[in-house]
Design a protein around this ligand. Structure first.
Ligand code: ADP
Length: 447
């Protein structure tokens, strides 16, 4: 096992990884920008190294500075968390070249799944059902139009290098296609440095359902069921739950087995998530995330295990102790992403935390790096806390969530807690009756 792990991230996820390391008896090294000197992940780590100025480009994305920090602290391994460098194949390769272990998949698999066109092609070849659309990149409107005619409108133009819901444009009709195509390419180029796009059928009322998998270096791959992440705004997840209220045990088993068989063939190692749209009883692959996900705690709460610990054990070469037949879902868990944002306009609202009182009690977990007196910096993602509740039934979970949201006090800044409180009273949410478009209608962003 490793003696020391460097955590190449910040915020709640840096803390989450620190906790897993601690419980394994591993020392931690925090890295931080000058804006994060007082951050909780820095305070709790055994050692810390300042790696640059506030903008992420100079610090959390600064590969030479991170590798130097690992060298001078004599770390054995690097955990990238999510976001930042977590899916950067070149970074993972450099980590290995410098003699450290990368806690994640191989650079080859990061590269493969990082290109959504290649990933989709691979998924199809491995027997996973995909959304109908182009087989490769589309470089002009005429080609896009031909694909759209064959799969039918509306269609979605998506960036091959896309992520975070960016670089995606819907064309409802043939007339709207040229403009949507132009905008998607421009957005892809601006956000990801590549204007490569592809076209797929735009599904009208799907749910977003994703399967969590773990693979080791000994050929074992298991799945930990699904998460339902259909509650989204601007293609970004707001609240997630496990298991999905829309899936039965048979569907879970069949799809879970399909995913595991595919990843076993691929030789996939470490944690990963295979994302699907689910509509009218059919699954359609959209992408694979080759890292720990923000919403991993709902799986941990329902399956009673520590995914980060498993990631570390796998990276250290240990075989998975889990066997698929022993992995059983227990009750229901819901996660609310709490952002430092105005709950109606979603404008970022960084600033000083004047009061902080997280909820507690049975079945309540708070993953957050907040504390009273902490100043939320304006430079990074606005996610400041994840409230996760677990209950024996979905109803118990909902009652507990309402209670926990009532207790939660984050004073001094605006947060999305009021949105979550409102959500827990919505009949459609209570009944599990929602698709990926429902939340935008609920908050008045869509008619
Ligand atoms: P990203 O990598 O930016 O997160 P994804 O491919 O995972 O992009 O898609 C993000 C979200 O966009 C999905 O959860 C879903 O809400 C929506 N979406 C993606 N593809 C389609 C599609 N073909 N039809 C309808 N909605 C889609």
């Amino acid at each position: 096992m490793f003696e020391k792990v460097l955590i190449a991230n910040r915020g709640e996820i840096a803390l989450r990884i620190h906790r897993a390391c601690r419980e394994l008896g591993i020392q931690t090294v925090a890295v931080h920008s000058t804006a994060d000197s007082d951050a909780m992940h820095v305070r709790l780590a055994d050692e810390s190294v300042c790696i640059g100025p506030p903008p992420a480009s100079g610090s959390y994305l600064n590969v030479p500075a991170i590798l130097s920090a690992a060298t001078i602290t004599n770390a054995d391994a690097i955990h990238p968390g999510y976001g930042f460098l977590s899916e950067n194949a070149d970074f993972a390769a450099m980590v290995v070249e410098h003699g450290f272990t990368f806690i994640g998949p191989t650079p080859e698999h990061l590269r493969l799944m990082g290109d959504k066109i290649v990933a989709k092609k691979m998924a199809k070849e491995l027997g996973i059902p995909v959304v109908p659309g182009s087989d490769g990149p589309i470089s002009d409107v005429a080609a896009a139009s031909a694909v759209a005619d064959s799969c039918g409108y509306p269609v979605l133009i998506k960036a091959a290098a896309g992520g975070g819901g960016k670089g995606m444009r819907v064309a409802a009709t043939k007339a709207a296609l040229p403009e949507a195509f132009r905008l998607a390419r421009a957005e892809a180029k601006a956000n990801f440095g590549s204007d490569q796009v592809y076209v797929e059928k735009y599904l009208g009322h799907p749910r977003h359902i994703e399967f969590q998998v773990l693979g080791d270096n000994h050929g074992n791959v298991v799945h930990l069921g699904e998460r339902d992440c259909s509650l989204q705004r601007s293609h970004q997840k707001v609240l997630e739950e496990a298991p999905s209220p829309a899936l039965n045990a048979e569907q879970r088993k069949t799809m879970g087995e399909t995913v595991c068989a595919a990843l076993r063939k691929l030789g996939y190692v470490n944690a990963g998530t295979v994302e699907f749209l689910f509509q009218d009883g059919e699954f359609y692959f959209i992408e694979m995330n080759t890292r720990l996900q923000v919403e991993h705690p709902v799986t941990e709460m329902t399956y009673g295990l520590d995914i980060v610990r498993e990631q570390i054990r796998i990276a250290a070469g240990a075989p998975l102790l889990l066997r698929q037949e022993n992995i059983v879902v227990n009750g229901c868990a819901i996660e609310c992403r709490i952002n430092a944002e105005n709950p109606e306009t979603f404008r970022p609202a960084p600033g000083l935390i004047t009061d902080y009182h997280p909820p507690g009690g049975i079945g309540v977990r708070v993953d957050s790096a907040l504390y009273s007196g902490y100043r939320v910096p304006p430079y990074y993602d606005s996610l400041v806390s994840k409230l996760i509740v677990h209950g024996a039934t979905r109803n118990e979970c909902l009652m507990r969530l309402r209670r926990a949201l009532e207790e939660y006090v984050i004073g001094g800044i605006e947060t999305t807690i009021p949105l979550h409180r409102k959500l827990t009273g919505a009949p459609d949410f209570i009944n599990g009756n929602y698709d990926i478009h429902w939340l935008e209608r609920f908050v008045g962003l869509k008619p």
